[in-house]
Design a binder for this molecule. Structure first.
Ligand SMILES: [Zn+2]
Length: 219
C-alpha cells in the first residue's frame, strides 16, 4: 500500500503490518519534512494520489473488527467456561486427593469450614468375616473392617450376598452404617485412620441352604 505525507505529499510505501504496529501514524521519509502524519488519511493501493481516498481500508478495518471481536469474545467465553469447569471439577476432587487433603484440612481449621468427608473404598478393607448359624432361625454375620488410609472416612455400606451350593448368589442385602453399627449415632462419626471396627449382624435364616457368602464394601 501507499500513502502520502499530509504535509509535503511525498509518496511512501507501507505494509498493513507497519500500519498496525504504528497505529496508522507514520513519519515522513523526506528528511527535511519528517512530519509525523496519519498514514490512513491518504492511503491508497496504487501510487496514484487521486485513488488515495481511504475508502477501502476503513471498510476492511470494520469487517475485520466485526469479524474478529465476536470471535475473540466467543473464544474468551469458551476459555472462561473451561476454566470454571476445571475449577469446579478440581474443587470437588481436591478434598479426595491424598496429597492436597492435609493442606485443605489445615486451611479449613483456620477458616473453620468443613471439608466433605474423605472417601476412598480402596483404603477400607474387610480384615476378616464369618457367617455362622446362631439358632434355627438366625445367623450371625461377623466382620471387622479397617481403615488403612491416612484420613478418617465415612463408613461404607456392606453388601452381603448368600450363595447356594452351586456358588450362585440367591439372596443379597446392602447394610448401611446406621444398620450395622451397634451404636447408630456412630454412623455419623468417621472411621479413624488405622482403626478397625467390629460388626455383628443377626440375620434371619433362609429356606435355601447356604453354601457360602460374599461380603464387599461399597459406597
Ligand atoms: Zn513530508
Amino acid at each position: 500500500m501507499f500513502t502520502r505525507c499530509t504535509k509535503c505529499h511525498t509518496l511512501q510505501e507501507i505494509t498493513a503490518l507497519q500500519l498496525r504496529n504504528s497505529q496508522g501514524m507514520l513519519r515522513c521519509k523526506k528528511k527535511k519534512c519528517s512530519t509525523l502524519f496519519n498514514a490512513l488519511e491518504l492511503l491508497s493501493e496504487s501510487k496514484k494520489q487521486d485513488t488515495a481516498i481511504p475508502q477501502s481500508l476503513p471498510w476492511n478495518q470494520s469487517t475485520q473488527r466485526n469479524g474478529n471481536i465476536p470471535w475473540r469474545t466467543a473464544s474468551i467465553l469458551a476459555l472462561c467456561t473451561l476454566i470454571a469447569q476445571a475449577l469446579y471439577f478440581e474443587a470437588s476432587a481436591l478434598p479426595q486427593n491424598p496429597s492436597f487433603r492435609p493442606w485443605l484440612e489445615i486451611a479449613c481449621q483456620r477458616l473453620t469450614c468443613r471439608l466433605p468427608a474423605y472417601n476412598n473404598l480402596q483404603e477400607l478393607t474387610i480384615v476378616r468375616s464369618k457367617l455362622t448359624p446362631q439358632s434355627e432361625q438366625s445367623l450371625v454375620f461377623n466382620t471387622v473392617i479397617s481403615n488403612q488410609g491416612t484420613f478418617a472416612q465415612t463408613y461404607p455400606k456392606i453388601k452381603l450376598s448368600l450363595l447356594d451350593y452351586a456358588g450362585q448368589a440367591f439372596s443379597q442385602r446392602v447394610f448401611e452404617a446406621r444398620e450395622y453399627l451397634s451404636d447408630p449415632t456412630a454412623a455419623a462419626v468417621l472411621i479413624r485412620p488405622d482403626a478397625a471396627t467390629e460388626i455383628n449382624l443377626t440375620l434371619a435364616t433362609t429356606q435355601t441352604k447356604i453354601g457360602g457368602y460374599t461380603a464387599e464394601l461399597i459406597n
